[in-house]
Ligand binder design. Structure first.
Ligand code: BG6
Length: 507
């Protein structure tokens, strides 16, 4: 049975077609969408790059990527069906002739298919090229049909508030907001989307989702890798721009937003902007009280000896750029008044983990005798986004035995056990949404700017005062000691996932 949705013919142009993202993420995602019958019946994918290549050589290179990175490996017949619709064009993206070529190509395809195609332009290029391409696409009238053309931007979206505003202004002068898809790949993650289902499809949690019951919230997005071969980019960016401005603040929005009245994309995005606008702006003078930065030293990551950040390729040998951030935010509204949101993210940390912890307040009164409490722990709800995908609720239970002894235990919803289907990769979800014209999981212009506003005081304070203690954490650690102090001074500690998964093993 053909389960394919009735989607109009589609051309997907990937600018940066010979780049790493195309090979690792975009083509594997499109291939999986093809296997699942989610691509329109008539579609073609055109990779655009500078270097010359034949279609066959290009396909062979992409196949390597699928074999290495796709969640489903190549199936010979399916791959040849899919790849015969993948083409390569070598074009200079600063040259007007290239855009004339693209324009003609779209018209030819339209004539061949007997229908006007939807056209997606995916900009997987160096940030400085994005405005050039956008301007030329508009100048050559390639995106005039606002119903049929969509432009996808990869991060970074701006380098700071000012440049993000400028870019938004430019795009606003060239396209309609409905054509613009700003990617934050965290929003495509299955477990991230499930936060909304958890909160708004269940009546149980919403009544306690506020400052009466919640003590504080933590978001950890840690990585074990260093900057790999992206030193050049990263040294202009740092963890605050690379992870906090986008992914971490988006997670925070999902947890903190008000219930939307519908699943309309603008309604959901409005509610997120409300959160970002309500985050208390830290004054530049107070940044040291509320934010901690770190940079990894050389050392050992498990069994491997690894270089320090300053020794990485493409990185300045005296770089002041942070590879770790921990910060405390407050949201000034009725729901969240005085509930601290602690966030931390960094590279070369002990574990790759993305975790959101909702720490509830203590029970108002302990009726049990003191000796009954082996370990008292207040309730805690944890969303484990990756790599382990689960949601767990911690509560006190009686330990089996003749004595009344209480210990904390976890009730766990585990994706792998609950479902047989393998979850799609974030890019599959996001590309499908672009094809279908659904902007819910993409960043609107005001959202991007509001997120920049939140981190601007931290950027400014750190820019003004160069760090004096870098490098200040070892690989395979949980970051600098100051990050522990940031939360410890409020009487808390950073939560990790219980390592054994066995109950009664809580910190
Ligand atoms: C990217 C950052 O946006 O997200 C990278 O630029 C980071 O530095 C990556 O490694 C993390 O994504 P994920 O999906 O592996 O958590």
């Amino acid at each position: 049975m053909d389960t394919r949705k009735n989607l109009p013919p589609t051309i997907i142009f990937i600018f940066g077609g010979s780049g790493d993202l195309t090979k690792r993420k975009l083509i594997p995602a499109l291939y999986n969408l093809y296997l699942d019958n989610f691509l329109p019946e008539k579609h073609i994918v055109v990779g655009i790059g500078r270097s010359p290549s034949s279609d066959d050589d290009y396909r062979a290179k992409l196949l390597e990527g699928v074999q290495e990175f796709s969640r489903r490996k190549e199936q010979t017949e399916k791959w040849s069906e899919f790849s015969k619709n993948v083409f390569y064009q070598s074009r200079d993206l600063e040259d007007d002739g290239s855009y004339k070529g693209i324009y003609d190509y779209i018209n030819e395809k339209g004539t061949e298919w007997g229908a006007q195609p939807n056209v997606m332009f995916y900009l997987s290029v160096a940030p400085q090229l994005a405005p050039v391409i956008a301007t030329k696409l508009a100048q050559h009238k390639i995106c005039d049909d606002t119903q049929h053309t969509r432009i996808v931007f990869e991060k970074p979206f701006g380098h700071d508030l000012e440049s993000a505003r400028e870019l938004n202004k430019l795009l606003d002068s060239l396209f309609k907001e409905e054509q613009i898809y700003r990617i934050d790949h965290y929003l495509g993650k299955e477990t991230v989307q499930n936060i909304l289902a958890f909160r708004f499809a269940n009546a149980l949690f919403e009544p306690i989702w506020n400052n009466h019951y919640i003590d504080h919230i933590q978001i950890t997005a840690s990585e074990t890798i260093g900057v790999e071969d992206r030193g050049g980019y990263y040294d202009q960016s740092g963890a605050l721009r690379d992870m906090v401005q986008n992914h971490v603040l988006q997670l925070l929005c999902m947890i903190a937003m008000e219930p939307p009245t519908s699943f309309d994309s603008n309604e959901i995005r409005n509610k997120k902007v409300d959160v970002l606008s309500a985050i208390r702006r830290i004054s530049v003078e107070d940044v040291h009280e509320n934010a901690v930065r770190g940079q990894y030293a050389s050392g050992w990551q498990k069994a491997n000896e690894v270089p320090g950040y300053r020794q990485e390729k493409g990185v300045n040998a005296e770089s002041p750029v942070e590879t770790f951030v921990a910060a405390k935010f407050f949201i000034d509204n009725w729901r969240w008044k005085n509930v601290p949101f602690y966030i931390r993210t960094g590279k070369r940390l002990h574990e790759k983990i993305t975790l959101i912890t909702i720490q509830f307040k203590e029970a108002p009164h302990y009726s049990f005798p003191t000796e009954a409490a082996d370990t008292w722990r207040p309730n805690r709800l944890t969303f484990s986004i990756q790599p382990q995908m689960d949601i767990r609720i911690r509560f006190q239970a009686k330990r089996p035995g003749t004595e009344m002894v209480l210990t904390p235990v976890d009730m766990i919803f585990n994706y792998a056990e609950a479902y047989e289907e393998q979850e799609p990769e974030a890019y599959e979800t996001l590309l499908e949404d672009v094809i279908e014209g659904n902007q819910t999981l993409f960043m609107r212009a005001d959202q991007v700017e509001a997120a920049w506003e939140v981190i601007t005081p931290i950027l400014e304070a750190w820019h003004k005062r160069a760090p004096v203690d870098f490098p200040n954490y070892s690989p395979d650690s949980w970051g600098p000691e100051d990050a522990e102090a940031l939360i410890a001074k409020d009487g808390h500690f950073w939560a990790n996932l219980p390592s054994s998964g066995k109950n009664g093993n809580h910190k």
